[in-house]
Design a protein around this ligand. Structure first.
Ligand code: CU
Length: 405
């Protein structure tokens, strides 16, 4: 690792906060054998590994080295209760989420058996989804305040405010983020090719920021030169082109710090004639270095590690699914998306509709984005995750739960 990789991020970052349950050890009730497996063994590898990384990782030991070491934690089941009692905040919720993994299909191997295959990992406890709910974000699109300009074009107006905010990226793990509108990723901005967007950007954060949109626009609306100081504002206005899948992020320097802190989002430009009807989702692949040392300790789509392992995304069999997939992971050169048990069509950058690649794995550099489409043929749990196994095991995995319509 280059020497400057650490130093560029070492400036007085607060450590991520881990909130302990605070309950006395005696209140921990003895669960069933299966529940022990479900809630203790699976997350133990993660909990022990990440706890070691956060608390007493000796300098000079890499994240990858710690991952290998953490596997030893599974052998130490005797010590598991204390680890999980601290890491988890709500045992009842963890139990409820296991029900989400049940699938009432004859002959289907449900999570109890599936679990023993060691295919899944996870966290214990619940993230407070009142602040940010990945399931809601997944299908949220911001079309702005619409009106007509004198020349007949549609004007879409948005208010975006940069604020510093602690966000919960795994149960009890808070990351001191810089956000657009208090959330990471920022709102998914959506317009149709030929519309005019007017985005009033107010910087209420502690550092200079901007919004750099991908796509075609005048260079004085590019978010590179018009850096907005704290307390100031700037209005971006341009006609949006071309139709496809784009993204936006802060372009203040150092870029990797401003992006890693959470200043990014998805920018969808629809073709004027629209796309075929589908159930649509937004997935932003991201990662968080909780030690601010340039190595991510958590990965996810849409911020919360393992969220869609606990809460699979419901899908109707036979319904066209469309994923707007972007990669805004900092520090790692590539990220990827892999779907189990089926294949998807990849429309690169979403800028064509007449040709695609059929695959089950797509890799994306930072800033790259593609539209994926597929139709699940039968009920079942369809896993999806980064095909970098390490990313998957640190949070970037989930399930589609397909049921008959
Ligand atoms: Cu910034």
């Amino acid at each position: 690792m280059p020497a400057n990789r650490k130093s560029s991020l070492s400036e007085s970052e607060p450590a991520s906060k881990v909130i302990a349950d605070g309950k006395p050890q005696s209140s921990f009730k003895r669960p069933s054998v299966n529940a022990v497996y479900q809630t203790l063994v699976r997350p133990l590898v993660k909990s022990v590994g990440q706890r070691l990384m956060r608390s007493n990782r000796p300098s000079g030991i890499s994240r990858r080295g710690m991952l290998r070491g953490s596997a030893l934690g599974a052998a130490g089941l005797a010590g598991a209760a204390s680890v999980v009692a601290v890491g988890g905040r709500d045992g009842a919720s963890a139990k409820a989420s296991a029900n989400d993994l049940k699938l009432d299909v004859p002959g289907y191997t449900d999570i109890d058996d599936f679990d023993h295959s060691h295919e899944t990992a996870g966290t214990v406890g619940e993230v407070d989804t009142t602040a940010f709910d990945p399931m809601v974000f997944l299908e949220s699109f911001d079309y702005g305040r619409q009106s007509k300009l004198a020349d007949g074009r549609t004007l879409r107006e948005y208010e975006v405010i940069a604020v510093d905010k602690d966000i919960e990226i795994a149960p009890g793990v808070f990351f001191p983020a810089w956000t657009y509108n208090g959330q990471v990723p920022g709102p998914t901005i959506r317009a149709t090719a030929g519309d005019v967007v007017r985005i009033r950007f107010n910087n209420a954060g502690s550092h200079p920021h901007s919004i750099h949109f991908h796509g075609i626009h005048p260079t004085n609306m590019d978010g590179v030169f018009e850096i907005v100081k704290p307390g100031n504002e700037f209005t971006y206005e341009f006609e949006v082109h071309p139709w496809g899948l784009h993204l936006y992020h802060c372009h203040a320097v150092p870029l990797k710090r401003h992006i890693h802190k959470g200043l990014y989002g998805t920018f969808i430009i629809d073709p004027p004639e629209g796309r075929p009807p589908a159930r649509e989702m937004v997935m932003v692949m991201n990662g968080f270095s909780t030690e601010f040392n340039g190595e991510n300790t958590f990965y996810a789509v849409n911020t919360v590690a393992f969220h869609h392992v606990k809460y699979p995304i419901p899908v109707r069999v036979g319904e066209l699914q469309r994923i707007y997939l972007t990669n805004l992971t900092e520090f790692d050169l590539i990220n990827s998306f892999h779907l189990h048990a089926d294949m998807f069509r990849v429309y690169r950058t979403g800028t064509t509709m007449d040709h695609y690649e059929l695959t089950d794995t797509i890799m994306l550099c930072q800033g790259e984005r593609h539209i994926l489409e597929f139709t699940l043929p039968a009920p079942g749990m369809y896993m999806f995750h980064a095909h970098q196994s390490e990313f998957a095991e640190l949070g970037w995995m989930g399930f589609f739960k397909a049921v008959e319509a």
